[in-house]
Design a protein around this ligand. Sequence first.
Ligand SMILES: Nc1ncnc2c1ncn2[C@@H]1O[C@H](COP(=O)(O)OP(=O)(O)O)[C@@H](O)[C@H]1O
Ligand SMILES: [Mg+2]
Length: 305
Amino acid sequence: MSTPLLEVEDLSVEYVTEARTVRAVDRVTFSIAEREVFGLAGESGCGKSTIANAILRLLRDPAVIAGGSIRFAGTDVLALNADELRDFRWRQVAMVFQSAMNSLNPVMTIGDQIADIFTTHEGASKKSALARAGELLDLVGIPQERLRAYPHQLSGGMRQRVVIAMATALRPPLLIMDEPTTALDVVVQQEIMAQIKELQQQLGFAILFITHDISLMVELSDRMAVMYAGRFVETAPAKEILDAPEHPYTRALMNAFPPMSGPRTRLRGLGEGVRFRDIPDLEPVTPTHWVAPHTEDELISEGIA
Ligand SMILES: Nc1ncnc2c1ncn2[C@@H]1O[C@H](COP(=O)(O)OP(=O)(O)O)[C@@H](O)[C@H]1O
Ligand SMILES: [Mg+2]
């Protein structure tokens, strides 16, 4: 078997403050193969972004990697120096954040900021960089004349398309998408999901797709993991989780959202006071389907599973 693209092993991340230490990610293990779409689902606050930021070495004080390893194509990510990190981000792994407005510079044209990637990382001339920026816009169905637009002149959906196109600029083999459609309305959200799928098939990058909305990712993902309070509770091919979820929390999360095509209703069942006992290490149900040992009355509060 070839080396996976990304290997996260036993990763723990803590936020250490004077008052207390919060273990936001607790002994998490997963890998992503080339061209694979791996979905990571869990409620807000369960530690998803902390994992994404750890992989890209974006964690800042008071976050501390308390244990484990991260390897990308066999290279120890946690050992990269500043020069290596510059190359690693964008060229090996690029990130798409939730808010395009925060990723884009409001006082620079779209064209100039896309072109910057090529001039900075590849020493391209301004002219060829702008031409390539135009090609990237083509790729996500935005007319090239929008190169001259400023971010605020584009719709939210178009801005997120720009951000996704930028992430693919240097053809990184892995894109991390952290809630890439959460800030958008449902219709635009579905357009962007279709766009992501099309681009992934066309360019063949792998994706770590992060969302609190499990229904959004099942169609896109090859495999997925469900996370609860810093731990994985279940990981399996997405279709298996959809057809036969093992852990009561996975079922609760699935029931909390309507199917992607249906009408939007309020999150049901999950919320304050809903707690599981400590999550033990995952065990295999089948070679590809792993779940944390649990009992069916796992939930400490009633009204959910
Ligand atoms: N800057 C911070 N300082 C202290 N604790 C933090 C900080 N950022 C996140 N946390 C803690 O880590 C947990 C996980 O956060 P995060 O990874 O952002 O979750 P998610 O992306 O799943 O919503 C939060 O519930 C919070 O307790
Ligand atoms: Mg997050």
